[in-house]
Design a protein around this ligand. Structure first.
Ligand code: IMP
Ligand code: MG
Length: 189
């Protein structure tokens, strides 16, 4: 059965990253992580719900080391623009003390979310903590964020697909696509 090429949300503008490009890049990231953690017996992927789900499940299959996986869910306190004050809606279950943790997110926009979550996690004494993000919008950063494993840098456009959403829509697309925000607002009003 082929890809559902006949299915498209009406608000999609254009495909920015194809499933084949995603697969190649995720495989490379998995190889890098496999190499970097050769000496670690306590590797944990800690995903931020819900945007990182598709990415993390593909990535973990390409890391050839023993690992565990856990999730956190956080939200920004106010407004649509990230405020930097994050509320933990769902905390990870296992202790991260003494673990080599890779925090996995879908996209770094202003960087405020990951900056704050990183600080919270560092207080919990992991052995090491690195950041992995599928996408990065460097033009939007408000914080100086070091991304240890970055899939793709993209321009300042709103994107959906491969786990990313707009108001919970678009997560199931197998590619990353830009949203026509004017059209989206027209369709949803
Ligand atoms: P930050 O705190 O501004 O870096 O916010 C990052 C979060 O905002 C991501 O984890 C996403 O949930 C969301 N986000 C930012 N840009 C996009 C986008 O283009 N598409 C979908 N979600 C986005
Ligand atoms: Mg997110």
């Amino acid at each position: 059965m082929g890809l559902p090429t006949n299915f498209r949300y009406d608000f999609i503008d254009k495909v920015l990253i194809t499933p084949e490009q995603i697969e190649r890049r995720v495989t490379q990231l998995g190889m890098e992580i496999t190499e970097d953690y050769q000496d670690s017996e306590k590797l944990m992927l800690l995903g931020l719900l819900r945007g990182s789900v598709m990415f993390i499940t593909d990535l973990m299959r390409r890391i050839h080391r023993p690992l565990t996986m856990d999730f956190m869910s956080v939200s920004s306190y106010s407004g649509s623009e990230s405020s930097g004050f994050v509320r933990i809606d769902h905390d990870h279950k296992a202790s991260i003390a003494g673990w080599d943790v890779i925090l996995v997110d879908d996209i770094i926009d202003t960087g405020l979310t990951i900056h704050t979550v990183r600080k919270i996690l560092l207080d919990r004494n992991p052995r090491s903590l690195r950041i992995c993000a599928l996408l990065d919008k460097p033009d939007r950063h408000k914080k100086n964020i070091h991304i240890d494993y970055c899939g793709f840098s993209i321009p300042d456009e709103f994107v959906v697909g491969y786990g990313l959403d707009i108001d919970e829509k678009g997560r199931n697309l197998p590619y990353i696509a830009s949203v026509n925000l004017q059209k989206y607002r027209g369709l949803s009003s």
